[in-house]
Design a protein around this ligand. Structure first.
Ligand SMILES: [Ca+2]
Ligand SMILES: [Ca+2]
Length: 309
């Protein structure tokens, strides 16, 4: 029974990650340092298929199809990886639009309207076959094989690693951050250590002291100041469920039926609200899925799954 409860809890956590839209401050790129791969040594001009096969959580799709994966030292060009053992090379060949490009897979999707900070390192390598300094172009895409919408282009240094940092409001939603070498140049960049974090404060729910026979407290942050916050739970699970909430029309909450409403509380001037209630005795081990709804703007918190102690 206990193991089953823990398994349910872990499954709920996995579901929660896909619903959260990226918690504020958490790293969203799964393998931004390129360290998780099944290759070794110096691999130049990997086809898109080969790069995708060896590099975890990335998909190559550029028309050049010759990304380089350099591990352990410089591999004869530029300097050692900026971070860890691995760096990647992307190029633009023959001055055409034949470029290397790939997508990073993310722990949660980029959500249109949210603010993000992107940081990465790049070094332009000047050789006979790469006389130009090309920019590193960044996009947001809903498809791992497509560049999507460009949101940034960073110009590296030809002398050494340069940290390129930008903040942006996502113009579109997408599950992939894409990276592409600038076209119409004859250029080669080494890149490493990508990071993407969500800067937008998230409407989040916290559950404390969920202990049978005691008083538990649910708290939300970043709701509408002085607005009404509704709290609900399900004993069945998480999953879209159309529910009529008078203030929000027919909104789809992320709790399975039947859903129990615990109550509505007024948030303080900072948008925080909390609600306390007694947990029945003898309920230890039961999983409860909680969610809160901001009745002023009809935003939902991510579902919070907790095991009664
Ligand atoms: Ca690295
Ligand atoms: Ca190459």
């Amino acid at each position: 029974m206990r193991d089953k409860a823990v398994k349910s809890f872990l499954a709920a956590l996995a579901a929660l990650a896909s619903l959260s839209g990226g918690l504020a401050g958490q790293e969203m790129i799964l393998n931004g340092d390129f360290e998780n791969n099944s290759s070794s040594g110096c691999s130049f001009n990997l086809s898109n298929t080969a790069f995708t096969a060896v590099m975890d959580d990335a998909t190559a799709f550029g028309s050049a199809s010759e990304i380089d994966l350099m591990q352990t030292g410089t591999c004869g060009y530029g300097t050692s990886p900026q971070s860890g053992m691995a760096k990647v090379g992307i190029g633009s060949a023959y001055g055409s639009t034949v470029v290397d490009a790939f997508s990073f897979h993310l722990s949660s999707p980029i959500v249109a309207g949210n603010d993000y900070q992107l940081s990465f390192w790049a070094h332009a390598i000047i050789e006979v076959w790469s006389p130009d300094v090309g920019t590193v172009e960044i996009g947001i895409s809903s498809n791992p094989d497509d560049f999507g919408q460009q949101i940034y282009a960073g110009t590296p240094s030809a002398l050494n690693w340069k940290n390129l940092v930008t903040s942006f409001t996502a113009p579109v939603s997408g599950s992939y951050l894409t990276v592409r070498q600038q076209g119409n140049t004859i250029s080669w960049n080494h890149i490493d250590n990508f990071s993407l974090v969500n800067l937008t404060p998230q409407f989040e729910l916290d559950v404390s002291n969920l202990v049978n026979g005691q008083t538990a407290t649910l708290t939300v942050e970043n709701g509408t100041p002085n607005g009404n916050i509704g709290f609900a739970y399900s004993l069945v699970g998480a999953g879209p469920s159309g529910v009529l909430v008078s203030a929000c029309g027919s909104i789809s909450v992320d709790l399975s039926q039947p859903i129990s409403v615990l109550g509505v509380e007024v948030a303080d001037a900072n948008g925080s609200a909390s609600l306390s209630g007694n947990v029945p005795a003898g309920t230890a081990g039961i999983v409860v899925w909680f969610q809160a709804l901001d009745l002023s703007n009809c935003r939902l918190t991510p579902v919070k799954a907790e095991v009664i102690q």
